[in-house]
Design a protein. Structure first.
Length: 646
C-alpha cells in the first residue's frame, strides 16, 4: 500500500497499474483524491498521503510520504478513528494560517503491513500480544484457538486484514529468531514456481551465441570475496603496461528483463539479506550463485568498465563500458590476498603468477587512489561485527573484522567503476549522501567536548573532522568517535537526481557493481545499455517511474539492514539470558536521556540498557552485571558494578 501511495504522489501511468491496484485507484479517482492527465493518475493537489504519527490529546501530525514537504497537523475533531502508524489520505486545509494542516479523508492501511505476535498469560488469561509492544495484537484468536497453542507460540500477523497468517515457532526456541525478523517485513527465502521456472530456463553460456559481445576471455581476471561468499558480482584485471583497469560485473540484466515474474520478485526484494548463518538472495540461486555469478574456469556474461588511468593525476582519462564475455582464472578470498601481500603466499603455477604480479602493481595504484580520495572524502574506521552460531542457533563467538589491504584494493576498484557509471547520465539512480545539518554537527561537538576533546573549528567541516579524528587516535577512541561522527550524518539513499556524496567526497556517485544483490545496480545497467545503444525510447522507459523506484529501494535497503541488526540483537539477548547475574566488561556508548553500553569482553558488541550506574562518562570502561533480559523485545538490562582499572 505504501508503495502505491508513493507512486501516486509522483504520477502512475495506467500501463503500470497492477490488477490489485486498479480497483483502489478507480475508487479514489471517483472520490476526487486523484486526477488523471494523459493516462497518468496523480494525487489531486488538495490531497496528500502519509503516515499518522503519535496521537496526543486528540491531535497528531501526518508524515507525508513520497515528497519532501512539511508534516501536516491534524487538529482536534479531524482524527476520526485513526491510530498511530495508520496510512492516511489527508485533505489539506488551505487558507489556514500557521502550521500546514489537514483532516483525514480516509484510512487506507497500516504503515507496517506485517507484524509478529505471541501468546502470553495476562490477567490470568491467554492473550495474543504484539512482540515489541506487548499491546494486544490487531488480529485475534478465539479462546479455543488460544488454548490449542502453547504459551510463547509466535505468529505472523497481516496488519491490513488483521489476520493471523501462520505460526512461526515458539519464543523459547532460538531458531524462531530468523522467522521473526523476516516475517515483520514479509521477507522469505523461497521463490514461487513461476520465478524458479524462468531462472532454470536459461542455457549455459555459449560464446558463439553472443557475436556482438566483446570477447575478453584471454584476460586473466580474478574475483576476491569473503571466504563464505557464493555470489561473485565482480572480477578485476589490471593491465600495468597500458595502465588500464578492467572491472567486470555480472551481467544480470541479460537474464532479468523488465516486468514479468522474475523482475517483479527482484523489485519486491530489492536487496539480498545476509544473516550470520545464511543469506536470503534477491535472485533465485540458479542465477545468483550459478549462472550470473562470475565463477572461475567458466565463461560468463559481464558488463565491463575498461578504464585508462593517468598515474600522474590519478584520473581516468578514458573509459568505455560494454557487454562482454569473460573467463575468470581464479577465485580468491580476502585472507589469501592479504597473505600474498604479506609475502607469505606464493604462486602455485603460471596462471597464479600472472595474477599476483598484476595485483601487486594494482595495489600501488589503489593505494594512491585512496590517498587522493581521502583528501576530500572521509576515512572512518569501520569494524564489522561477525557472530558465530552453533547448530541450535545459539551465539557462541563474536569477532570484529577490520578493513585489510585486500578489502581496500577491491573497494577502490569498485568506487572507480561506480564513479565512471555516474558520469554517463544526468538522471537515473544516484547514490546520494547529503551533508549533516548544523544542528547535528553542534550536537556532535557537545558530545565530544564531554569526553575532553578540544573542538577547534577549522575553515571547513572536512578539516574540523580530520582534527577530531586525530585527537581520537591519541585518546585511543578512534572507532568510537568515528561512530559518533557517522551518527551525526544524514543517511545515504537513492535518488533520481544527483546531489553529491558527502562521505566519499564525490561530486556524483551511483551503484553499478553489485546487480546480483542490489536492484539499484540492475537499473543502472539497463540505463547504461540503453545509452550505449542510443536508444532514447528504452532509456525513457527505464526511467519512467524512477522517483518512486528510488524511494522504494531506499526503504527496502533500510528493511534489509534492520533485519540483519535485529537478528544479531536477538542472538545477544539469548546469550545474555544464559549469563544472568554474571559480570562482564563493557564500554559506555550513550549517556543522553538513557545510559547505554556495549559489551566488550569474551563476547563483544551486545547493546546493554544500563538501569543503575552511578557517575559514568561517555566511552568509560566499566564492569556490568546482567540482571534482566527481555527475549521478546531482544533487550538486555544491566547494572554497573565497577570500573575497569586502566
Amino acid at each position: 500500500m505504501k508503495s502505491l501511495l508513493i507512486k501516486l504522489t509522483h504520477g502512475l501511468s495506467e500501463l503500470d497499474i497492477s490488477p490489485q491496484e486498479a480497483s483502489l485507484i478507480q475508487n479514489w479517482f471517483a472520490k476526487k483524491y486523484l486526477t488523471k492527465t494523459e493516462n497518468v493518475y496523480k494525487f489531486n493537489s488538495k490531497y496528500r498521503a502519509g503516515t499518522l504519527g503519535l496521537v496526543q490529546k486528540g491531535t497528531a501530525y501526518i508524515h507525508v510520504i513520497g515528497e519532501n514537504v512539511r508534516d501536516l497537523f491534524i487538529g482536534e475533531g479531524d482524527l476520526g478513528s485513526a491510530n498511530e502508524g495508520d496510512l492516511i489520505i489527508a485533505q489539506r486545509l488551505l487558507g489556514k494560517r500557521g502550521t500546514p494542516s489537514a483532516k483525514i479523508a480516509e484510512i487506507v492501511g497500516r504503515e507496517q503491513s506485517y507484524s509478529v505476535a505471541y501468546i502470553v498469560i495476562k490477567d490470568g488469561h491467554r492473550t495474543l500480544v504484539d512482540l515489541k509492544t506487548e499491546y494486544p495484537a490487531g488480529a485475534e484468536l478465539s479462546t479455543q484457538e488460544l488454548n490449542s497453542y502453547d504459551i510463547g507460540d509466535v505468529f505472523k500477523i497481516d496488519n491490513q486484514e488483521n489476520a493471523v497468517l501462520e505460526k512461526l515457532g515458539n519464543i523459547n526456541d532460538p531458531k524462531v529468531d530468523e522467522f521473526i525478523v523476516l516475517a515483520q517485513y514479509n521477507k522469505h527465502d523461497d521463490f514461487e514456481e513461476d520465478v524458479l521456472k524462468i531462472a532454470a530456463s536459461f542455457p549455459k553460456v555459449d560464446a558463439s551465441k553472443y557475436p556482438k559481445r566483446k570477447d575478453i576471455r584471454e584476460l586473466p581476471f580474478c574475483t576476491i570475496d569473503p571466504i563464505t561468499a557464493k555470489d561473485f558480482d565482480d572480477a578485476i584485471y589490471y593491465d600495468d603496461e597500458n595502465t588500464t583497469l578492467y572491472v567486470a560485473i555480472a551481467d544480470v540484466s541479460e537474464y532479468v528483463k523488465p516486468f514479468g515474474a522474475l523482475d517483479n520478485e527482484a523489485i519486491y526484494r530489492s536487496f539480498s539479506i545476509y544473516l550470520p548463518h545464511r543469506s536470503i538472495p534477491m535472485l533465485p540461486r540458479q542465477l545468483s550463485e550459478t549462472l550470473c555469478s562470475l565463477q572461475p574456469h567458466v565463461d560468463r556474461l559481464a558488463f565491463v568498465f575498461e578504464m585508462k588511468l593517468d598515474l600522474n593525476t590519478l584520473e581516468v582519462v578514458n573509459s568505455t563500458v560494454y557487454e562482454a564475455i569473460i573467463h575468470s582464472d581464479r577465485r580468491f578470498n580476502y585472507e589469501e590476498i592479504d597473505t600474498f601481500f604479506a609475502g607469505n603466499l606464493h604462486a602455485k603455477n603460471d596462471e597464479e603468477r600472472t595474477i599476483f604480479e598484476s595485483l601487486k602493481k594494482l595495489r600501488v595504484v589503489t593505494d594512491m587512489l585512496k590517498i587522493k580520495r581521502l583528501k576530500v572524502g572521509y576515512d572512518f574506521r569501520s569494524t564489522e561485527l561477525e557472530i558465530k552460531l552453533d547448530k541450535d542457533s545459539n551465539l557462541i563467538e563474536t569477532t570484529q573484522a577490520e578493513e585489510t589491504p585486500s578489502h581496500a584494493l577491491v573497494e577502490d576498484c569498485m568506487l572507480l567503476a561506480n564513479k565512471e557509471a555516474t558520469a554517463q547520465f544526468d538522471r537515473g539512480i544516484f547514490r546520494i549522501h547529503e551533508p549533516p545539518s548544523q544542528a547535528k554537527i553542534q550536537t556532535l561537538y557537545q558530545e565530544l567536548a564531554g569526553i575532553g576533546m578540544n573542538i577547534d573549528i577549522k575553515d571547513n567541516l572536512k578539516e574540523t573532522i580530520t582534527d577530531i579524528q586525530k585527537q581520537a587516535r591519541e585518546m585511543n577512541l578512534e572507532s568510537e568517535v568515528d561512530t559518533l561522527i557517522i551518527r551525526s550524518q544524514m543517511q545515504a539513499r537513492y535518488a533520481p537526481l544527483n546531489s553529491g556524496h558527502f562521505g566519499l567526497g564525490f561530486e556524483a556517485y551511483t551503484h553499478f557493481t553489485s546487480p546480483i544483490r542490489r536492484y539499484s545496480d540492475l537499473i543502472v545497467h539497463r540505463l547504461l545499455k540503453a545509452i550505449n545503444a542510443g536508444d532514447t525510447q528504452e532509456g525513457s522507459y527505464v526511467l519512467r517511474n524512477i522517483e518512486t523506484l528510488s524511494m522504494t529501494i531506499s526503504e527496502k535497503e533500510r528493511e534489509a539492514s534492520t533485519i540483519e541488526v535485529e537478528f544479531m540483537a536477538r542472538k545477544f539477548a539469548r546469550w545474555a539470558e544464559q549469563n544472568l547475574g554474571k559480570e562482564f566488561k563493557a564500554r559506555i556508548v550513550g549517556t543522553d536521556t538513557e545510559i547505554k553500553a556495549d559489551l566488550n569482553d569474551e563476547i563483544k558488541g551486545a547493546r546493554l540498557n544500563i538501569t543503575s550506574s552511578g557517575a559514568v562518562v561517555l566511552f568509560e570502561d566499566v564492569i556490568v552485571k546482567i540482571d534482566k533480559v527481555d527475549i521478546a523485545k531482544a533487550k538486555i538490562f544491566a547494572v554497573v558494578v565497577g570500573k575497569v582499572d586502566v
